[in-house]
Design a binder for this molecule. Sequence first.
Ligand SMILES: Nc1ncnc2c1ncn2[C@@H]1O[C@H](COP(=O)(O)OP(=O)(O)OP(=O)(O)O)[C@@H](O)[C@H]1O
Ligand SMILES: [Zn+2]
Length: 715
Amino acid sequence: MPDTHEWLVTGMDCPSCAAKIKGAVGQLPGIETVEISVMSRKLRVTATAHATLPADIESRVKSLGYGIEAIAQAGGVPNPHTEADEHATQADAPWYRTGKGHLVLLTAALLSVAWGLALLLPASGNWPFIVACLAGLIPIALRAFAAIRAGQPFSIEALMTIAATGALFIGAAQEAALVVFLFAVGELLEGVAVSHARDGIRALSTLVPKTALREKNDMMEEVAAAELVPGDVVIVRPGDRIPADGKIISGTGGVDESPVTGESMPVTRGPGDPVFAGAINNETALRVQVTRAAADNTIARIIRLVEQAEDSRAPTQRFIDRFSRWYMPAIVVLSALVVAIPPLLFGQAWSVWVYRGLSLLLIGCPCALVISVPAAIASALYAGARHGLLMKGGAVIEATAAIKTVALDKTGTLTMGQPEVTDILCLDGSPAAEALVLAAAVEKASNHPLAQAIVRKAEGMVLPPVQDSRAIPGKGVSAVFDGQIVTVASPRHAMQDGALSSTAAAQATVLESEGKTVVVLYTSTALALIGLRDEPRQDAQETIRQLRSLGVTPIILTGDNQRTAEAIAGLLRTEYKAELLPEQKQQTIRELTARGPVMMVGDGINDAPALKQATVGVAIGSGTDVALETADAAILRNRITDIPALIRLARSTMGNIRQNVSIALGLKGIFLVTTIIGMTGLWLAIMADTGATVLVTLNALRLLRTNPAGLAQKA
Ligand SMILES: Nc1ncnc2c1ncn2[C@@H]1O[C@H](COP(=O)(O)OP(=O)(O)OP(=O)(O)O)[C@@H](O)[C@H]1O
Ligand SMILES: [Zn+2]
């Protein structure tokens, strides 16, 4: 039985650092898996019990120059509110109190002293610079050696150490000291930029209050929010944040759900309505019954998704990771050639070419390139999460950016998903109420929106007892009443069962051409027709317009009948396919995929297979209802203009990545050439590297502030 341990790693601000730790820990005996995340700073290791002690892992990470702290675990299940987790949600230490900050301050001070001495006492020579260089270089060199011992010969620390030592040997002490200082500054800036990105997720996790007022035997007690269990009743005072996902028992008032869904307008919530942990109760005191424990409330699931999303790598990122793996060794080989060939073959001066070779080594850091993708992806994920758009990682973002067709489910996606019974036509002349209660009794077991509408219509009436309810997916529901099978289903299915006469079918057609959905209540013959109307969403038309302007083709897929589908498709002027059974929806998606990547948008309740089949499956709904886990992406705001917003966010993320890769590769390319021809030297080489890393990270951070709904809507 393997052991799993979790740590918080500090001082790790770039993917190559993460890769180094992962490689070094992975080499220890008995290690099975190593997961590491720059954004959440978490290291998770599973190991064969006792082969490697947690302490061994800790000392290995420390030797590489990082801080490490265990995260307590309760019974192997990560406890959401342990103490170390509190640290994870704490702000990073101010820069001047980190190891990297100390190195910058130390090298800056020594360098200033050296320059001062050089000005005042020109005779003092090079030694103050040598001291400044070595003081900064020693910690870097120690990390380089630790990396080599851990099986990672090529690290940026190793390249730095060789370059700076070499520069000392050829008498360029002043430059060597400057290079060490600039390297330290670069590392620091990198850390500052990444900690900005971390603020995004921290903002999410600090939303849920730490304590709650629990009602117990008519008394109130303050308890930790993490201790609440489903069934507990809590009181939420006006102005307080709701401590758990739950259902309102009493009290009606405005609730601001923006922390969870990004929706800034407060919504009125009353008895029976669901509420989310983290939402703000604006008006009156609410009594709320807890429905989910802290670990799986909506916001905890969102945070988990965003954290795990880092592991789902975009194809672009996989390519860059592969590229950077041979980039560093290739640069080392190239510098060796630059040092050796001109003097040996063409009789050039050694001093010139050794200097150029050393400068070239400094270009070997792939940091800017490597960080460009995850920084952009992380920023986009957090920007999305803040606005109720969830995507499960880089692969999903990259696929979303390339979408050519968007298939939209009708019920609950293009319509409100809250149909209402408008007509009850009794075919045998008995009273409408009788048909209604029988239909409601059969539908009671179903969670289909049509079923719920019928049950709602019969509220307050006495329902006859029925047994053995079972759903016929995409068709209807049947149950046994009084020894007879009673079914509520689509006219088509009723027809196939031989229960619908042609006169009744004609009556159904009339209702359908009014845009209504008709279901038939029948035994061996039809008893009644029930007409239901589901209003299109107000933003449906705008969504279709925005999708078109993005160059994406919308298409409606529905299980409903042709005429109802035609009514809404005509209104929105889109293609449609109707009367699809769930597996036919899946088949249609497969066919659409031949034209290019397809996004499927649905409520995730009865179209899970189609969501799975699509290149990107998007679940839509409001908060707790959303089947987050079944889809690649989810929209929490119950607003479908968020679908084009999602595509715009993905596209601008990929655009950002392209810019970053161009900046990183462009600068490397330029300095590769200028270094070889001798135009630029050591310190400009390191500036180019640091500059590129910072530029790329800052560019990625721009995404953090985007509001996907407001992103430029390209014509
Ligand atoms: N519980 C039910 N009660 C009555 N009729 C049902 C039920 N479930 C399905 N049907 C019938 O089958 C048809 C197709 O159902 P399905 O669930 O596949 O699609 P839908 O969810 O209504 O629409 P969409 O595909 O647009 O989401 C419905 O229009 C209805 O006529
Ligand atoms: Zn780095």
